[in-house]
Design a protein around this ligand. Structure first.
Ligand code: FES
Ligand code: FES
Length: 177
């Protein structure tokens, strides 16, 4: 039995030590916002944060997780999808099929923590997640918007920007696709 701290809650997980963290999160913890794409750390669909660091969970064995590690999935990134990246994603209407998007959002949140104002080149270099629908232009636009929201700070500013940018757009919950 292994104790996992996911999104601030502790779960007792009974799985083999070599089980990828991705399957532990999906099958044992029951959070399905984190997706399986390639299974070999190439596409980024399975991205989560461990202690704030971006990890491709399909290639991270359960045995590598320490009891003190704090795992964050798309479901735990913010309360009510209020993280600036989620707000910007909705405002720019980034997702197409949506499958890659929880991984993209987790990667963008990680990037902005390390580099609050990335250039397009920084975004391309840091975010190697694959999107088969080719939403890369909208991803870049949303990362820049999230950087602006972070600078101005506060949910109200984010909400105001969202309203300014999104008349008529549908807000998408990338954690539910
Ligand atoms: S499923 Fe993990 S990187 Fe593709
Ligand atoms: S939105 Fe379809 S794969 Fe990225």
């Amino acid at each position: 039995m292994v104790k996992l701290n996911v999104n601030g809650k502790t779960y007792d997980v009974n799985a083999e030590p070599d089980t990828p963290l991705l399957w532990t999160i999906r099958e044992h913890v029951g959070l399905t916002g984190t997706k399986y794409g390639c299974g070999v750390a190439q596409c980024g669909a399975c991205s989560v944060h461990i202690n704030g660091n971006l990890v491709r969970s399909c290639s991270y064995p359960l045995s590598a997780v320490k009891p003190t590690d704090k795992i964050t999935t798309i479901e735990g990134l913010s309360a009510k999808r209020s993280h600036p990246v989620q707000v910007a994603w909705a405002a720019v209407d980034v997702p197409q099929c949506g499958y890659c998007q929880s991984g993209q959002i987790m990667a963008a949140a990680s990037l902005l923590k390390k580099n609050p104002h990335p250039t397009d080149r920084d975004i391309d270099e840091a975010m190697t997640n694959i999107c088969r629908c080719g939403t890369y232009q909208r991803i870049r636009a949303a990362v820049h918007m999230a950087a602006d929201l972070n600078t101005k700070g506060g949910r109200q500013v984010a909400t105001d920007e969202l309203l300014n940018h999104t008349a008529g757009l549908t807000v998408v919950d990338a954690g539910k696709v």
